[in-house]
Design a protein around this ligand. Structure first.
Ligand code: GUN
Ligand code: FE
Length: 423
């Protein structure tokens, strides 16, 4: 048993922070939290006490929607909306992942960059290329970090060099299921690109695999108005975009992550609730691609689970702290433009989304309650505000770090109890 001492903050619920000023957290040999304490119980048996002094100790970040092969596009090419952006900038880049040497370079950097920004687990889109996708899984495994790895299926309306067939996709998934079985923190996830790029045969094959394996599903939903109009043309029988996935067994039949949901309302919102489909809010991406402002407060009011994603390269930054900040700021724009109908998001709400809500896709991850995996960051915020630091509460210090801090202020990173040094 190791005991860590620090200013501990986490969100067991979205409404408030649990704060243990100069508190203690006990972690067993398997990396599981045994208890969190204001004062250590008398005669508490432990092997080692690690004192992080006045620093902050918080759960590590979970990025629930991110495209690993788009690392090279991060921070550039923001002059178009979704569909032309994909064709002009993204698909030519993803084609390069047929080359395993290129995939190895980018994917190892990707994992290293996630680490740098304090993200210990992620739900990741790879490409249609099976060998490259194995390399991505290996990069996470070697780092000791967690991931849901998505071999993308797409077989229409894209250049042939970036298509796979349903049979190729299913065969690739089979090899991933086998090799990921020996990687404890890594699992495959069924990943249709989105309805416009998947034939009914592809979607059927994916739905069947979900049913047989109970693997989770991730895709894109109602991100952009041109995209939604296209889905209505392609799937005229579906009552909404979400229903197009649902008909194939890809909308909550197994745990499901749907990114964006900028225009989800009415029937689709109802279906998300009923099917327990999780919305992945990607505010940086929605801003950069001029997609829209997802009605997150409404989702929360209706009982839809919401988590956060960086969605690079739609999003321009891998830091989930940047994503949290955008989530709050976009919700404030929505608050103003809705005549105050939808109260804006709070820090504890967005922090909960990036930690405990997203972490649920990996097991008991994202909180410091007993039984949770010790995924944690030690934040050294000295220097962020030298004159006011002493007077600030732990919550104010966390807020200042979210708005002003960066990877230089993350001093230690843990995943499942293991300290992860630079991958
Ligand atoms: N929809 C389908 N593919 C993509 C992608 O790569 N990024 C985003 N933001 N939306 C998508
Ligand atoms: Fe995306």
């Amino acid at each position: 048993m190791i005991v860590y001492q620090a200013n501990i903050l986490f969100t067991s619920s979205s409404t408030h922070f649990d704060v243990y000023e100069r508190g203690y957290i006990a972690v067993d040999e398997c990396g599981i939290i045994q208890g969190v304490y204001h004062t250590l119980p008398e005669d508490f048996a432990y092997d080692q006490l690690v004192d992080f002094g006045d620093k902050l100790l918080i759960p590590a970040m979970n990025d629930m929607h991110v495209h690993a092969p788009q690392l090279g596009n991060m921070g550039i090419a923001m002059d178009m909306q979704l569909l032309p952006w994909l064709n002009t900038y993204i698909f030519p880049e993803e084609t390069k992942f047929a080359d395993e040497a290129y995939a190895e370079t980018i994917y190892y950097s990707f994992v290293s960059e996630l680490w740098r920004h304090g993200t210990m687990r992620a739900a990741v889109f790879a490409t249609v290329h099976t060998p490259a996708t194995h390399i991505l899984a290996r990069a996470f495994n070697e780092a000791g970090m967690g991931a849901l790895i998505g071999l993308v299926g797409m077989d229409r309306h894209t250049p042939a060099t970036l298509c796979n067939t349903p049979a190729e996709w299913a065969a690739g998934m089979q090899t991933l299921i086998e090799s990921l079985a020996s990687m404890p923190l890594i699992k495959p996830i069924i990943t249709p690109r989105f309805i416009p790029l998947c034939t009914p045969e592809m979607l059927r094959s994916m739905g069947e695999m979900a049913k047989q394996t109970l693997l989770p599903v991730q895709s894109h939903l109602s991100e952009n108005q041109q995209e939604i109009a296209w889905v209505h043309e392609l799937e005229p029988e579906a009552t909404c975009y979400g229903d197009a996935y649902h008909r194939y067994g890809l909308f909550g039949q197994t745990p499901t992550l749907m990114a964006h949901c900028c225009y989800t309302e009415g029937e689709e919102l109802h279906l998300m609730c009923e099917q327990n489909v999780c919305a992945v809010h990607c505010p940086t991406s929605n801003c950069n691609l001029a997609s829209g402002i997802a009605p997150i407060r409404k989702f929360l009011q209706e009982g839809v689970q919401v988590v956060l994603g960086s969605d690079i390269a739609g999003g321009h930054h891998l830091s989930m702290f940047r994503v949290m900040q955008y989530a709050i700021q976009m919700s404030k724009l929505q608050y103003v433009s809705s005549n105050s109908q939808y109260p804006f998001l709070t820090l504890s709400e967005v922090f909960y989304m990036a930690t405990k809500a997203g972490g649920a896709f990996f097991g008991r991850v994202g909180s410091f309650e007993p039984g949770y995996a010790f995924d944690a960051l030690v934040i050294d915020d000295h220097g962020l505000s030298p004159h006011h630091l002493i007077a600030s509460s732990p919550i104010e210090r966390l807020e200042r770090f979210v708005y002003l801090g960066d990877d230089r202020h993350i001093q230690h990173r843990f995943c499942q109890g293991q300290e992860i040094t630079q991958p």
